[in-house]
Design a protein around this ligand. Structure first.
Ligand SMILES: [Zn+2]
Length: 258
C-alpha cells in the first residue's frame, strides 16, 4: 500500500459499508444522506458540498434514487475532476424501483463497481482492493445462502410493508410485498379501506416499516386490523447483519401467518 487516503463520497450508508470493506484503510468516506434521513427527500448541506469539492470519487447508487435525481448535477458541478461511478452499472432496474442495494446479489455487483472505481483512481493499490473485494463478496454469498435457507420453507410468501423498499429482496427470495404506499404516496381513504380489508382476508398480522419513517401511521393501520408493526431498516450501515436480521423478522412474522 502507498499514498494518502482517497476521499470518497457516497449517497447512502450501505454504500459507505461497501466502500469501507473494499477500500479498507485507504479510503475516507463521506455519506450524503445521514442516519435517520430519507434519500427520497434529503437535501445536501453547504458543508457536504464542500466535502464533495475535495473528493476523489463519488459513488452514485445510480438507480434513480431521488437525492441523486435532484442533486447529481450540482454535485458534479462543484468538483469537475472527481470520478463519478455508477454503482448500479450492470443491475437491471425493475419498475423504476431505486432500492437496488437490498438484494445481496445486487450488492455484489455494486461492490465490484466500487472496486473498479477505486482501482481506476488509485491503481497502485489495485491488488489490495481486489483482495478486500473478494473477501467481502464471499461474505455476501454466504449471506445470500443463509437468507435463502431462512425464507425458502415458508408456506406464506407475501408480507405487508409501509414503504416498499424491499422489492429486489422479495424478488430474489420469491416473496411478494403488499405495499401501503403506492408510488411514494400515502394511500387514499378508499385505498386504506381496501388495504385493511386485504389484510383481514389474508390473515396478515404484521406491517413492516422503516424504523425512521411513518412509525405512527404504520401503527394506526396495524391497529385497525389487530396486527402489529415490525421494523426492518432499508438504510442501516451494517449491511450483512442488517439483512440477516430482516430475513429472520420476515420469516418469523410469516410463520405467525400459517
Ligand atoms: Zn426508499
Amino acid at each position: 500500500m502507498s499514498g494518502s487516503r482517497l476521499k470518497v463520497v457516497v449517497t447512502i450508508l450501505p454504500q459507505a459499508e461497501f466502500v469501507e470493506k473494499v477500500g479498507g484503510e485507504m479510503v475516507e468516506v463521506t455519506v450524503m444522506v445521514p442516519p435517520g434521513a430519507s434519500p427520497h427527500t434529503y437535501e445536501p448541506t453547504p458543508k457536504q458540498l464542500f466535502e464533495v469539492s475535495e473528493a476523489d470519487i463519488y459513488f452514485q447508487v445510480g438507480s434513480g434514487i431521488d437525492f441523486e435525481r435532484f442533486f447529481m448535477r450540482k454535485i458534479s458541478e462543484v468538483n469537475r475532476r472527481m470520478l463519478i461511478v455508477n454503482c448500479s452499472e450492470g443491475i437491471r432496474i425493475v419498475n423504476r424501483d431505486p432500492h437496488v442495494w437490498l438484494s445481496p446479489i445486487n450488492a455484489e455487483v455494486m461492490v465490484k463497481n466500487i472496486y473498479r472505481g477505486l482501482a481506476a483512481v488509485n491503481p497502485e493499490n489495485e491488488e489490495y482492493y481486489r483482495r478486500n473485494m473478494e473477501h467481502y463478496i464471499e461474505e455476501l454469498k454466504k449471506l445470500d445462502e443463509e437468507i435463502r435457507k431462512t425464507l425458502e420453507v415458508l408456506p406464506v410468501r407475501y408480507f405487508m410493508i409501509y414503504h416498499p423498499a424491499w422489492s429486489y429482496f422479495a424478488r430474489e427470495y420469491n416473496l411478494t410485498q403488499i405495499p401501503v404506499e403506492k408510488e411514494g404516496k400515502e394511500p387514499t381513504a378508499r385505498g386504506m379501506i381496501a388495504l385493511i380489508d386485504q389484510a383481514r382476508r389474508l390473515g396478515v398480522k404484521v406491517i413492516f416499516a422503516s424504523p425512521q419513517f411513518n412509525r405512527k401511521k404504520a401503527e394506526a393501520i396495524a391497529e385497525s386490523f389487530g396486527g402489529k408493526v415490525v421494523f426492518i431498516d432499508p438504510l442501516a450501515k451494517g449491511y450483512v447483519e442488517n439483512l440477516r436480521e430482516a430475513a429472520f423478522k420476515i420469516a418469523w412474522s410469516l410463520r405467525g401467518n400459517e
